[in-house]
Write a protein that binds this ligand. Sequence first.
Ligand SMILES: Nc1ncnc2c1ncn2[C@@H]1O[C@H](COP(=O)(O)OP(=O)(O)OP(=O)(O)O)[C@@H](O)[C@H]1O
Length: 551
Amino acid sequence: MDKFYLDNAALYETLVERATPAPIPAGQAAGNNLDNSNMIVAARIRPQLDEDLASGFPCAVYPRSGAEAGVVDIHDLYNHPRGRPVLKSAKYEVDRLFGPETTTEEIFDVHVKHLVPFAWGGGIGTLFAYGQTGSGKTFTVSRLEELVVEALVDLDPDSEKQVSLTIVELAGNAAFDLLNARQPVSIMEDARGHTQLVGANECEVQAHSEVRDLIERATSFRRTAPTLKNDDSSRSHSICRIRIKHGPKTADGFLYLVDLAGSEGARDVAVHGADRMREAREINISLSVLKDCIRGRAEADVAMARAARTGAKKKQTARIPFRQSALTKVLKHVFDPAGGRACRTAVIACVNPNLADVGPSKNTLRYAEILRVTPPSKAEAAVSTYAVAKTAPAPAAAPAAAAARTPQKKPPPISEKPNSRDPDPDAASVPFRHRLRPGMVIRLKPPAPDSDDDDEEEDEDAPQLAVLLCPEMASDVDSPEAARTKRTMRYVCASLDPAPGKKEECYEMNIWEQFVVESGQMDREVVLEYDPGTRYYYVCRGCRGLLGKGT
Ligand SMILES: Nc1ncnc2c1ncn2[C@@H]1O[C@H](COP(=O)(O)OP(=O)(O)OP(=O)(O)O)[C@@H](O)[C@H]1O
């Protein structure tokens, strides 16, 4: 692929010059989440470095400016099987976008500084830097660590509050103290349910020079390994915890600055063997759990704010899987709404600008978009706009103008992304009930109306889509009926729930909600695209035509 990009670099640049940016849908302003100051997602586009320019790859990432300052276009070149290569462009939207010329000091002022007085006042502020290996996470976070601690030290020199620093590294499930020569640290929950880093040094800081020394010490102990993208790649998460001690009677304030391990695809680790592949898989899983926790907490906050506004009783308690990885266990009180702590989170998605990295850059920005949770006012506005649009009659339009706006009908593109379609090309001619298999997505028949059942809420919540996991006989589900129903095809399924806050039709697998379905309860097969980076299922244009037959 790299050779294809290099051979067609001149054509690519001409096509990019001619490309017109995709319009932002009416009523959808860019950077529109800034009033949700509890959760702000930014992206930083790294400048092209000397070695990038020397390798000859053109730039693929173009931030917009002015009124569309949160929007970024990514252009990719596709090898058309019957003609010259074509340009395919995608746009992504974040709350704040920092271009290649932005300095880390500017990012601190705009995006991170507000966390300092918040933590000083007893809150928990967290910054995550996420992105492909070599995209500038460590470059960004190590400078931000200095700026944050210096700001805390300077905030009120006469105060009796103490500022102390702990820096640990997480590699898989193991933790190491980067301020104490990588001594092992145990992650434990105390009797009050608080996570403790047992054995980690906590160094009090009073002067700027002390901060720099500690951060340099931690950097020198961080585990790194070469990847194709970065000779000095950090293959671990680094957590810098800054504690502000208020005194015995008040809860401590915390600031966490988290430099996440580089998310890298198989391509980037291909030359490094099975161990590196396993390490990459572990990192990607922990990033996926982190995404679920960040979104879970943000959604819980939004639900609580909405309940407070409307006086409604909260229907469902948030399910936040913070025990599923060491990273989220350490950050438990950032995610756990039951902890009752005020939290603010800032995310920086770091993006490589080169055409060769266009796939991971899109994944990074897609991950960033998923983390954005619409605050109540916006969500409610969106719902009411939708309701009006559905019920209002279409405005009359001049026939010529209406014709000009009518989109030309194009056949939907056949998706090349992983999807749940049967790998057998002849499968479409076989009724889906005769070829049930793990991984198949099915639409369930609606539950039969039951006059005795007055619990209407439960029916409303019944899942409509589900993924087949395994035949019931192969599962641990202990059913006394199993032997009797041996000849009925029954599958253990996990429900696919609509992903909240997503604009397109998007589902996430709810692995905690498993149930057994008989083939007679299945309505039809549905083909969905699967994004392994985010673990979301999408109904895409290409897949709409691939809905299975209900026979
Ligand atoms: N904004 C920037 N300006 C100039 N150079 C940068 C910038 N961001 C990153 N770099 C350079 O890019 C290289 C890779 O950056 P860095 O090590 O921070 O990446 P990373 O995302 O932390 O990678 P990994 O996950 O592999 O550790 C470094 O040489 C760094 O100095």
